[in-house]
Design a protein around this ligand. Structure first.
Ligand SMILES: Cc1cc2nc3c(=O)[nH]c(=O)nc-3n(C[C@H](O)[C@H](O)[C@H](O)COP(=O)(O)OP(=O)(O)OC[C@H]3O[C@@H](n4cnc5c(N)ncnc54)[C@H](O)[C@@H]3O)c2cc1C
Length: 352
């Protein structure tokens, strides 16, 4: 790779880095994405892809962004699909919540008959709710985003591990790759759980491990589930190719992606309690990924203490959902425009 300066360097080729790159390129910037391994093979590969904009557990201050992102998702995906010629498997069937306790903020509960008419194979639960929340296949979405980015002229470099930010005074002027410096006017750290490992202009994230598994039908391609189903212990996310994803653990165990058989079987059992037909399916795959957590569980968006060095990270459990709105916010901030949303709760400086 030459050290020719580009307008923008993005550190990290996950869904956040790719989305921000696409938006900046659309607004006229020349963009390079530097990815340590393969683009989209970390959290953005491991995610379930629920677009849970109405999740009652989402912090209040994040809800406007979550709702806005869900609203722009269909057009955003459709544009990228047209540019790439690939599909991200966006499914807009909605989500059924099945819970032991009453949940506020999900609208009126469904009757048993309502649940049965929407989804034939679910167990009964004391409370059921329906939301319009959609889902997407994050692996397919990454392929779509990377193909669209490359088509649009964005350079995405694999195996380019950024170790530090190069500075001049209190200003970022480039990044360090081994013993090479690559200069840029703007640098954005989108390195997910590894954000804090880049030396200079420290930004704090930590890994939050999530283990998952998927099951597939044994004989037919008929999927016994149409909606996303969210129980108290596990959720089920159907894909159009017949897989059903079951997830996920939330573990603070450092940079550890080991899959534990006992944990996987426990989630499998919990899934069968929600939908007994899962027991007739074959376990297809199990995996783990590292969500980018932040000290207050909120994303970190905006300029850091170093001029021209920005962060778009810490999306924790909602990075797939928040990708399009993050891209717009970051493009506004970098271009000196006022973002449509109040991002004062998300600034990197809140921790200093
Ligand atoms: C099990 C699980 C289930 C999830 N389910 C959902 C869900 O249903 N809905 C939802 O919205 N979100 C979900 N998430 C969260 C979502 O996947 C993440 O928030 C999102 O993928 C974060 O994207 P990212 O681009 O910030 O991080 P990543 O995808 O991890 O990308 C960061 C990239 O930076 C690269 N990198 C790191 N350090 C460097 C460096 N120094 N130099 C160059 N490159 C570097 C990494 O290799 C990586 O490719 C889930 C996550 C997990 C693990």
């Amino acid at each position: 790779m030459s050290d020719r300066a580009s307008d923008v360097i993005i550190i990290g080729g996950g869904i956040i880095g790719a989305s921000v790159a696409l938006e900046l390129q659309r607004r006229g910037a020349s963009v390079r994405v530097l990815e340590r391994g393969e683009p989209g093979r970390e959290a953005s590969w491991a995610g379930a892809g629920m677009l849970a904009a109405q999740d009652p557990d989402t912090p209040e201050c994040l809800r406007p962004l979550a709702r806005a992102s869900a609203e722009i998702y269909p057009d955003w995906v459709s544009e990228l699909e047209q540019e790439s010629g690939l599909s991200a498997d966006l499914r807009c069937e909605g989500t059924i919540y099945l819970t032991q306790e009453k949940k506020e903020g999900l609208g009126p509960p469904l009757s048993d008959a309502d649940v049965k008419s929407r989804e034939g194979f679910l167990s009964k639960a004391p409370f059921a709710y329906f939301t319009t929340e959609a889902s997407v296949d994050p692996r397919a979405l990454m392929a779509v985003a990377v193909a669209a980015a490359k088509k649009g002229g964005i350079v995405i470099s694999h195996e380019h591990h950024v170790t530090a930010i190069e500075t001049s005074g209190n200003q970022a002027v480039g990044v360090r790759l081994g013993n090479q410096t690559v200069s840029a006017n703007v640098i954005i750290n989108c390195a997910g759980a590894w954000t804090g490992e880049v030396v200079g202009g420290e930004i704090e994230t930590h890994p939050v491990k999530g283990q998952m598994l998927s099951v597939v039908p044994v004989n037919s391609r008929e999927v016994p589930l149409k909606h996303v189903v969210r129980g108290d212990d596990v959720y089920l996310v159907p894909r159009s190719d017949g897989r059903i994803l079951i997830g996920a653990t939330v573990e603070r165990v450092g940079f550890d992606k080991k899959v534990d058989a006992e944990t996987i079987l426990k989630m499998h059992r919990a899934a069968m309690e929600l939908a007994p037909k899962i027991g007739e399916m074959r376990i297809h795959e199990s995996w783990a990924g590292l969500r980018p957590g932040s000290p207050d569980k909120l994303p970190i968006l905006g300029e850091t203490g170093l001029k021209n060095y920005f962060a778009a990270t810490g999306h924790y459990r909602n990075g797939i959902l928040l990708a399009p709105v993050t891209a717009r916010i970051m493009a506004d901030v970098i271009n000196g425009d006022t973002p449509q949303f109040d991002i004062s709760r998300f600034t990197p400086s809140r921790f200093s």
